[in-house]
Design a binder for this molecule. Structure first.
Ligand SMILES: Nc1nc2c(ncn2[C@@H]2O[C@H](COP(=O)(O)OP(=O)(O)OP(=O)(O)O)[C@@H](O)[C@H]2O)c(=O)[nH]1
Ligand SMILES: [Mg+2]
Length: 246
């Protein structure tokens, strides 16, 4: 049987969250496999995953990298793994419960039943659906989305969202080795490249909840990368020829 669905969860110091989130995903009524890409978390996140692997053989996978190399490259690593193992649907999800694992099923159906190539769990389809973020951060994220729309023309309300489903053919089409950014700009770049290739993208409304356990890895550097990265993504695209798929 071909492999169906793989959820990639990048982790750095998520010992407070990892076991609970894995149990949630692995026990959903629809079967999802999980790949954790851990960047040598000093807090022992990978050891917890290794222990759980005996409980979920075949379904729970772990890739370990030697140091904190950034979210973007962790996902690229995971995408290549997914292509190699022929997963049909590939998901991005955080470990910190900001993304509700139950929404994976809706993202999956948006692609498998509604025929979209990518589904994005979006906070800003109907107003703002964010719980427990300080108002400053909500506004920043919301207007960052508007800024990205303005610069790129991409019709997506939540371009920095990191909760997604890709059909494998999207990942096979994009040149993953040319994806440059690692933080929020990585999320923008992946959507932009997907859109420019003519793939269909659906935004599914989700409620995003701030993490309650563990430490955020958001930094000023990641914010700056997004601010200037968007300009670079747009500028580069002007010199690029996209072969449309649809
Ligand atoms: N492998 C790997 N995972 C990372 C890295 N940076 C962040 N992560 C993981 O990526 C996910 C998102 O990171 P967060 O710190 O929650 O970032 P965020 O959601 O933008 O920030 P908060 O809202 O404050 O939580 C989490 O599962 C992190 O553990 C990294 O360098 N390498
Ligand atoms: Mg988070």
């Amino acid at each position: 049987m071909p492999n169906e669905r793989l959820v990639i969860i990048p982790t750095y110091n998520e010992k407070e969250n990892i076991e609970a989130i894995l149990r949630k995903v692995l026990l959903l009524p629809v079967e999802f496999h999980v790949l954790v890409v851990d960047d040598g978390s000093p807090d022992g996140t990978a050891e917890i995953v290794t222990r759980l692997q005996s409980e979920f053989p075949e379904k729970l996978h772990l890739e370990q990298r030697s140091g904190k190399l950034g979210l973007g490259t962790a996902y690229i690593h995971g995408f290549k793994y997914a292509i190699h193992h022929q997963y049909d649907y590939v998901f991005e999800m955080d470990a910190d419960f900001s993304h509700n694992p139950e929404d994976l099923v809706r993202l999956y159906k948006a692609c498998s039943e509604e025929g979209n190539d990518m589904a994005v769990g979006s906070r800003y389809v109907n107003g703002v659906n964010v719980v427990n973020w300080p108002m400053g951060r909500v506004l920043m994220s919301y207007f960052a989305g508007k800024y990205v729309q303005l610069i790129t023309g991409m019709p997506i309300n939540d371009p920095t969202a990191g909760f997604k489903c890709y059909k494998r053919k999207v990942l096979e089409t994009l040149n993953l080795d040319k994806i440059k950014f690692v933080g929020y700009a990585f999320q923008i770049e992946m959507k932009f490249e997907t859109w420019k290739h003519g793939f269909s993208i659906k935004e599914e409304t989700i409620i995003f909840t701030d993490r309650t356990k563990g430490q955020s890895k958001m930094s000023i550097g990641i914010f700056q990368e997004a601010l200037f990265g968007v300009l670079e993504i747009k500028a580069k695209s002007l010199f690029k020829h996209y072969k449309l798929v649809n």
